[in-house]
Ligand binder design. Structure first.
Ligand code: PLP
Length: 402
């Protein structure tokens, strides 16, 4: 990427993603290279193509020009040395963990992880002998106390689901760094426009690009960004064995969506902040979980890690709130919305609501829910980009049904 490109703001760079192939003139849209195999002039050139992620394209499991454009664009936004795109967010998390861990290794992971990641770590512990210790997201001394000689990885999320707790990345990663332990941060909820974990010391950043990066609920994709080229090569090597690579059309759709990331993220944040404030004043609501609210337990951490550039917070597009009426009220509410849809996922242009206690966190009893900061009446809202007044009218009429 040229010096001219580097000097631009991220919102401008993403409208002009690096395009892999130039033939005389410059395509403004990223070309879709759907073919999966590439021909070479001689066997030495073909042999060389097998040696690393930056070499010539040979076969899509090793790399593809459209997928590479996506990888380069996300690496650029996150400030990494390189990136690897896979078929989903879970695909990238599993690729990273399996590439870097072996039986007997120890992982320290946040307690409030995305359910799929939690299940993967439980599976690695049960079937592959990887030991896992869960910690909170705010106390570096808890991480220090959990360290063992066999600790290899610290796995964190910038913003947790559904209670939007903000992890003190520099403090926790700092402890891991001192001990020579790699840090992986899932930055799906924040996006690189709000937080860039590599700037806080992370070694690897992972994304469910299915969410804000793609942004239109029409593609599944995952991306890992590496602070270091050697780490990139190690994980790339394992991705080839796993066959977790991303399809070029999915990469093309993700890149197409990413060009409006700057506009969307700002709109998601503004509307979520507006709705969070209005919900907090509603009599049916006991608590609103949104990092932009001064009452949020991590508001001060959020001011450091999710800054809006004016001393405030860009809190992201997800909020949650607790209904005084508990489980029944949450069910009535989520079935009463008309503009918002009752659906899992987040990060798309449509507003979605869901009830964690009966869906994503259904395996937890009320005591376990309470330990995770979730009440039986917690509702999660993944705020889309509709007009805020239409959204508030919808939430208000659903609240009136309680
Ligand atoms: N990480 C986070 C924080 C998520 O919210 C999700 C999905 O909701 C994933 C990872 C998994 O992503 P995918 O559904 O693309 O596999």
């Amino acid at each position: 990427m040229s010096d001219f490109h580097h000097a631009l703001h991220p919102e401008s760079r993403i409208v002009h993603p690096p395009v892999e192939e130039v033939t005389g003139s410059r395509p403004l849209g990223v070309p879709l290279h759907q073919g999966h195999v590439f021909a070479f002039p001689d066997s030495d050139a073909l042999a060389h193509a097998f040696t690393g992620p930056g070499q010539a394209f040979l076969y899509n499991r090793y790399g593809n020009p459209t997928v590479r454009s996506l990888e380069n664009a996300v690496a650029d936004l996150e400030g990494g040395a390189g990136a690897l795109a896979t078929a989903s967010g879970m695909g990238v998390i599993n690729t990273v963990l399996l590439a870097l861990l072996r039986s007997g290794d120890h992982v320290i992971a946040q307690r409030s992880l995305y359910g799929g990641t939690f299940a993967t770590l439980a599976d690695l512990a049960e079937r592959w002998g990887v030991e896992v210790t869960h910690v909170g997201g705010d106390d570096p001394e808890e991480v220090r106390a959990a360290l063992r000689p066999t600790t290899r990885l610290l796995h964190l999320e910038t913003v947790s689901n559904p209670t939007t707790r903000v992890t003190d990345l520099p403090a926790l990663i700092g402890v891991a760094r001192e001990a020579g332990v790699l840090s992986v941060v899932d930055n799906t909820f924040a996006t690189p426009l709000i937080c860039r974990p590599i700037e806080h010391g992370a070694d690897i950043v992972v994304h469910s690009a299915t969410k804000y990066l793609g942004g239109h609920s029409d593609v599944l994709a995952g991306v890992a960004v590496f602070a270091d080229a050697e780490l990139h090569r190690r994980v790339w090597q394992h991705a080839i064995e796993l066959g977790s690579s991303l399809d070029p059309f999915a990469a093309w759709l993700t890149l197409r969506g990413m060009q409006t990331l700057g506009l969307r993220v700002r709109r998601h944040c503004e509307t979520a902040s507006d709705l969070a404030g209005r919900l907090a004043a509603h009599p049916a609501v006991t608590t609103v979980h949104y990092p932009g609210l001064p009452a949020h337990p991590d508001h001060e951490v959020a001011r450091r890690l999710l800054p809006d550039g004016q001393g405030g917070v860009l809190g992201g597009g997800v909020l949650a709130f607790d209904l005084a009426g508990g489980r029944d009220a949450a069910r009535t509410f989520t079935e009463s919305v008309r503009l918002a849809a009752l659906a899992p996922s987040l990060g798309g242009v449509h507003t979605l609501v869901m009830h964690p206690a009966s869906t994503s966190h259904r395996q937890l009893d009320d005591a376990e829910l309470a330990a995770a900061g979730i009440s039986p009446g917690t509702v999660r809202v993944a705020v889309g980009i509709e007009h805020p007044e239409d959204l508030w009218a919808d939430l208000e009429q659903a609240l009136a049904e309680l």
